[in-house]
Write a protein that binds this ligand. Structure first.
Ligand SMILES: CC(C)(COP(=O)(O)OP(=O)(O)OC[C@H]1O[C@@H](n2cnc3c(N)ncnc32)[C@H](O)[C@@H]1OP(=O)(O)O)[C@@H](O)C(=O)NCCC(=O)NCCSC(=O)C[C@H](O)C(=O)O
Ligand code: MG
Length: 296
């Protein structure tokens, strides 16, 4: 089976909030994003950087993936953030407001010169109009090993701001941009996470947006509050019915009588070998989730 990293739920927290960094050690999120950028006031940037790097170095987050969102390199804090992150060595450094592949090359090159270990990957926020227009070129940076690019993260709040778009239920205006970024990510073989849902207590609205994101093809959703984790984990995991159906499809193509067939009928539906590939991915994801939760 293909090894996969579950990223159903990626919880942001302000790096300046020591209580949140502490609490994250016990939360069920697959991914933790320690923010040094927009969630941190300018006068707290240095404190946040130190707290976040101490937290990363503590190694207290078990099987959760740990990501540090730095300030952009062209801000007063970006260089110091990268230096600190390179030493702390999180699973990934998330770069905000990326609008070109060159910006990622600059970050990847800087991380290498700073001696960041290879396992520290680079993730890119897709949250500017230029990033949407040049999404494929930015994603293609994943083929340049120097960039370390392995994941896109949608920044729907910044996108709405820059586009002057209203965030509305159903996200009709946002969908073309979400799907453009998604196609770019898939074309170059990287993961992609959906943007945040700003309401802290509307579980029905959150679930609907998670389901929309899953149906679009996102690997998971970025979150802002612990009470959003269970919903994202539930929606982005294969359901029992999907796991059972995947087993049926795989078994059908393993039968000797189907060895030379490209398509078979199962319960009145055409099933091709591409569906068996999809079914194997469903099982691999379910297994990866089981392993992550077992070692949390
Ligand atoms: C939105 C919040 C400021 C609300 O915080 P608060 O009022 O403290 O919430 P609660 O009292 O309900 O908190 C209950 C307990 O949970 C802990 N908590 C809260 N939020 C988090 C969190 N994100 N991570 C970890 N722990 C959290 C509280 O400490 C309480 O703990 P306890 O003491 O045990 O009771 C707050 O939720 C928050 O700051 N959220 C994250 C904000 C953030 O990081 N924003 C930046 C990313 S969003 C973005 O910019 C995306 C993108 O760039 C774009 O453009 O779209
Ligand atoms: Mg943003």
């Amino acid at each position: 089976m293909i090894p996969l990293r579950p990223r159903r739920s990626a919880l942001y927290m302000p790096g300046s909030n020591a209580r949140a960094l502490e609490k994250a050690r016990t939360l069920a999120a697959d991914t933790l994003i320690f923010d040094l950028e927009d969630a941190v006031a300018p006068e707290m940037k240095a404190v946040a950087r130190e707290q976040v790097c101490d937290a990363v170095r503590s190694g207290d987050y078990g099987s959760r993936e740990v990501v540090v969102r730095v300030n952009a390199l062209d801000t007063p804090w970006g260089e110091a953030d990268l230096i600190a992150a390179a030493t702390a060595a999180p699973d990934a450094v998330l770069v905000p407001k990326v609008s070109s592949a060159d910006a990622l090359v600059a970050v990847g090159t800087r991380l290498r010169r700073l001696g960041a270990p290879e396992r520290t990957r680079v993730w890119a926020m897709i949250e500017t109009p230029l990033a949407i227009l040049d999404a494929a070129a930015i994603a293609s940076a994943a083929h340049d090993v120097d960039t370390r690019l392995s994941c896109f993260v949608m920044g729907t709040n910044d996108l709405a701001k820059d586009m002057r778009t209203r965030l509305a239920p159903g996200r009709a205006t946002m969908l073309p941009w979400l799907m453009t970024a998604l196609a770019a990510a898939r074309a170059y073989g990287i993961d992609i996470l959906d943007g945040v849902y700003n309401s802290l207590s509307d579980e029905i609205g959150l679930r609907a947006e998670c389901e929309q994101g899953r149906d679009c093809g996102f690997d998971g959703k970025t979150l802002i509050h612990p009470n959003q984790i269970a919903t994202a984990n539930d929606v982005f995991a294969p359901s029992h019915a999907e796991i059972d159906a995947a087993r049926v499809v795989i078994a059908a193509f393993e039968r000797p009588e189907n060895a030379d067939k490209g398509a078979v009928a199962i319960n009145g539906r055409m099933v091709e070998r591409l569906h068996a590939d999809m079914a194997k991915r469903v099982l691999a994801l379910a297994e990866a989730i089981r392993e992550r939760e077992a070692s949390a």
